[in-house]
Design a protein around this ligand. Structure first.
Ligand code: G3P
Length: 218
């Protein structure tokens, strides 16, 4: 499963990219607004750090507006993936952009029917929001299972399931168990993936024994 990071914080992305674990980045209008920076600058800097797909979301809601914004965004770098909302105009833009060779991430997906539409529109990625479904008492990971089941019936569909609105390491693990193609993970959750108390305890014991014995390597 590919790991994307879900943030527009360039400093954070630099740190995480150094780990060698990042396959891509997703942003959204809320995350870019939170950074307090210009969209163009943020996306350009991220694309220079991470060679994989970098999702930049349109803010227009009509087809012509989305296409105009997509042209501006994709000119920033070759790895920009245009993120469009799962609306009739968004899917029309998705079809047009993918036929021009531009990667598209269809976002704000909350049902299997919507995911199927995104796949039929030729999306490179569809982003079901698992955390927001859990928040309203629905089953986010159940939706991922349903979408993957449907897509497996149709091997010609090339759309990758990008698990979004990830809130915990458990979301990441279940996504991998189900065979999701990508999870986009907030930085704090990515760091949580490393953590286990027995790792810390074991390392402390190894280092104490090593120091007591006065050994060295090399
Ligand atoms: O970027 C889309 C998605 O990951 C947003 O997550 O936490 O705002 O529901 P969240």
């Amino acid at each position: 499963m590919k790991f994307f990071v879900d943030t527009a914080d360039v400093a954070e992305i630099k740190l995480l990219a150094a780990s060698g674990l990042l396959d891509g980045v997703t942003t959204n209008p809320s995350l870019v607004a939170k950074s307090g920076r210009r969209m163009h600058d943020v996306i350009a800097e991220i694309c220079a750090i991470v060679p994989g797909p970098v999702s930049a979301e349109v803010a227009a809601t009509d087809y012509d507006g989305m296409m105009a914004e997509a042209r501006v965004l994709r000119a920033i770098a070759g790895n920009v993936t245009i993120k469009v909302p799962l609306t009739p105009d968004g899917l029309r833009a998705c079809r047009a952009l993918t036929s021009q060779g531009t990667m598209v991430n269809v976002t704000l997906c909350f049902s299997a029917a919507q995911a199927l539409l995104a796949a039929k529109a030729g999306a490179s990625f569809v982003s079901p929001f698992v955390g927001r479904l859990d928040d309203i008492g629905e089953d986010g990971m159940g939706l991922i299972a349903d979408i993957l089941t449907i897509f497996r019936h149709y091997p010609a569909l090339t759309t990758e399931v990008l698990v979004a609105s990830v809130r915990s390491p458990a979301h990441v693990v279940v996504a991998a168990k189900l065979g999701a193609h990508v999870a986009t993970i907030p930085p704090a959750v990515l760091r949580q993936l490393f953590a286990h108390p027995l790792t810390d305890k074991g390392l402390a014991a190894f280092l104490a024994d090593w120091a007591k014995a006065g050994l060295s390597i090399g």
